[in-house]
Design a protein around this ligand. Sequence first.
Ligand code: DP6
Length: 401
Amino acid sequence: MSVYQATASAPVNIACIKYWGKRDTKLILPTNSSLSVTLDQDHLRSTTTSRADPSFEKDRLWLNGKEEEIKEGGRLATCIKEMKRLRREVEEKSPSEPKLSSFAVHIASRNNFPTAAGLASSASGFAALVSSLAALYKLPATPSELSLISRQGSGSACRSLFGGFVAWEMGSAADGSDSYAVEVAPQSHWPDIHALICVVSDDKKGTSSTSGMQRTVETSPLLQHRIKNVVPERMKAISEAILAKDFDTFARITMQDSNQFHAVCLDTDPPIFYMNDVSRSIIALVTEYNRVSVENGGKLKAAYTYDAGPNAVIYAPKENLKEIVSMIIRYFPQAEPFKDPFGLFANESLGSGRVVPGFNEAVAKPFEVGAVKGLIHTRVGDGPRVLGSEEGLLGENGLPK
Ligand code: DP6
């Protein structure tokens, strides 16, 4: 008897031009285009195995070993239904193909990073789900076509169908058919872009992206200005900066757009706060680090960006990462030794960190151990990967291993 099963992994992405606001909440159509950097799956990824079998009674899904309900009409159900629809088209064209679209599926998914790290796993999760089903169903679909479906799982997930630098074109069609992701440049174009994720501890339960952005759409006049007058020009300018490998412009726009995203959150009624004192201190450090460079005739050397939470992501050319890690550790002492995947400190001890000459140390006060509870050094990465059967997450019985 044949086993119909496929496994795929997909990356996390962090936006430089933020998606915030929907014009259609069911289809997940945004009020503005957005642009992100795909991060390396060697460090952060979701892996998903899908199996279709005539003996399965219903579609089921396990996330990190725990079964999740697939609510009728919900985002998961929509993605699975859309993928079965594409499979049906294949079966109609090639009648010898097994009728997988009529079988239920079992899906097991895992993240290689802890949910407690506060990193959004919905983007990599829905991208891995769609990629594994596309492999199972042998769909001829392009990444942009698949992004139309992962978009309906979570907006930002459409951007995880590509590696490198990715735009989500907002589109204008009411049915969402022109609201998909496109590659601006592949990873290989600018592999030198690295990222330091500062995992900031956060006890409060924050406002979810989904409900927060809806409230912003309903109440923020600043969002309307952003949509009409700011994002279109920034999308063009940052795409050009990426193609020209102009880090100075890339960094300036990335920081401005993070700031404006948090400004529209503050402009929401009632206001939404995602950054905290630690987040703001990291902004002060990156700003001072850049000031020293610019005042010495240099260019911007790092760019911060923040999503719907207090974690900082700092983008920088690889050559600056050593200085940046040292600076962060000086102000945010770590309980655990820094995991150094790129061997920045191969032959030397990191000690208690240090700042570059000319740096005004008074721009922030040092915090206690644990204020930044972890640092992840990663870089721009590739798009979804189809994996071999040895990486499958379902056992012979069709249940998670
Ligand atoms: C701040 O994609 O999580 O990270 O579409 O409702 O699932 P839904 O929202 P989601 O929002 C992400 C918002 C953001 C900015 C971004 O990634 O562009």
